[in-house]
Design a protein around this ligand. Sequence first.
Ligand SMILES: N[C@@H](CCC(=O)N[C@@H](CS)C(=O)NCC(=O)O)C(=O)O
Length: 211
Amino acid sequence: MKLYYIPAACSLSPHIVLNELGIDAELVLVDSKKQSVGAAENFKDISPLGYVPALELDDGTILTEGPAIVQYLADLRPELRLAPTNGTMERYKLQQWLSFLNSEIHKGFIPLLYARLAGEYVETAKPKLEKRYAFMNEELANRPYLLGDNFTVADAYLFALTSWGQAPWLTSHYRADIHFDDLSNLQAWYGRVRSRPSVRKALQAEGLSVL
Ligand SMILES: N[C@@H](CCC(=O)N[C@@H](CS)C(=O)NCC(=O)O)C(=O)O
């Protein structure tokens, strides 16, 4: 199995999940500027729109879109409960979170990440994202992880996204001016997730500081 990734990008989410599963996938670094993954290979042959994450299975199947990838991975080892059982209400709740993270948080970051290009739009985008942070802070008031007592793939995804504003290790263009220092539940959640061995291993492998 191969995971195509850009350090600190949203591909950190399936990277963490692979570590949770104990799957030693080949990590393929994508040069996002050149859209290449090595001399011979054009990344657009793998991911037509040129974005990570992309997962290549041993039979050559390519899976893109983060929420689909992490669910596929979680279902490889259901006993680890990284995703609730298919067909249950809990599974739809997971999908609710993954949709929320994908559309409301992940894409909510875009104007902040590209602040210089986006100009004025940051002024409207940032308060929206802050409102969604406050919502998640409330949601985490009475449970350690997004879905309850168990860490799931939704936590891996949220960790990758919130790191763009919170992590001290970011020096790349994945840095946004949004923090949650005053949101204690979200802070505590972030600390819990960050101390997981799977997360520390992924950060180290992507060349990001784990201090
Ligand atoms: N719809 C995709 C979007 C993935 C996406 O936005 N990937 C970003 C990194 S977080 C990317 O590869 N951008 C290209 C680049 O940074 O050059 C998904 O949800 O997986």
